[in-house]
Design a protein around this ligand. Structure first.
Ligand SMILES: Nc1ncnc2c1ncn2[C@@H]1O[C@H](COP(=O)(O)OP(=O)(O)O)[C@@H](O)[C@H]1O
Ligand SMILES: [Mg+2]
Length: 244
């Protein structure tokens, strides 16, 4: 088992005295490579705070996050920005696409920021898996929510990051579109052996994951493997037998 992300003793408090909020109150979490983990919990339980710490978008008061052997708190601001761009793919509820760039430009944006040339074959495989072939020269504003989120997924995967972090990615989508988008995210991530940690409030979406972590009052209150986890592992084991 390969642990790609390890969080230890994460704490984040806001305010003081009567107004003290323990947004995170001692979270330990290990994320296995290739897994799809859903994070659930009521509003205000600390899910976004946790995800932001895992992705280095925010700094914990105490504790550490290590991704692929790199401890985030050991990086300076600039190195942290570059590390995030190369190793972490973020997906947000409001898509965060750049409105003046077309679909193709949005997808390859993190690659061009690094002054690298996009691997067109790889990007086109992503585009076709996500059903975006006919949309490459469109601006985000002319697409539906589900289409915009598929573009955001392609962008998150385009740099082949170590881990994808998604905060309520289907929060603005109707339930049928949500299911379709998450099914595509899962299929694409399996194809490219990606690791996903995804916050959701939707139990049907959480059921698609391999593992469900429940947060309550800034602590982990539940951590269970689902039926998909068993299927995924059975498949991996059988592949291992065929190709030692
Ligand atoms: N920047 C902040 N300043 C003050 N309180 C915050 C801040 N960010 C989050 N909180 C508080 O921390 C708690 C957890 O928030 P959050 O992680 O956003 O919850 P969730 O994503 O589960 O809805 C909430 O009580 C929230 O009000
Ligand atoms: Mg939140």
């Amino acid at each position: 088992m390969h642990i790609i992300l390890q969080a230890k003793g994460l704490k984040k408090y806001y305010g003081s005295g009567e107004a003290l909020v323990r947004a995170l109150d001692g979270v330990d979490l290990e994320i296995e490579k290739d897994g799809f983990t859903a994070v659930i919990g009521t509003s205000g339980s600390g899910k976004s705070t946790l995800l932001n710490m895992l992705g280095g978008l925010d700094v914990p008061d105490e504790g550490s996050v290590t991704i692929d052997g790199t401890e985030l708190s050991g990086l300076g601001d600039e190195a942290a920005t570059v590390f995030r761009r190369r190793h972490i793919g973020f997906i947000f509820q409001n898509y965060n696409l750049i409105p003046v760039l077309n679909v193709w430009e949005n997808i390859v944006f993190p690659i061009t920021l690094d002054n690298h040339r996009p691997n067109e074959d790889f990007i086109m495989r992503l585009v076709s898996l996500l059903g975006l072939e006919g949309k490459l020269d469109r601006l985000p504003g002319s697409l539906s929510g589900g289409q915009q989120q598929r573009v955001a997924i392609a962008r998150a995967l385009s740099t082949k990051p170590s881990i994808i972090l998604a905060d309520e990615p289907t929060g603005n989508l109707d339930s049928r579109t949500s299911q379709a988008v998450i099914a595509l995210l899962k299929k694409t991530s399996r194809e490219f052996r990606q690791t996903i940690v995804m916050i959701t409030h939707d139990p049907e979406i959480a059921a698609i994951a391999d593992r469900v972590v429940r947060i309550e009052d800034g602590r982990i209150a539940g951590d269970t493997l689902t039926h998909s986890y068993e299927q995924h592992n059975i498949r991996n084991n059988s592949q291992r037998r065929i190709q030692p």
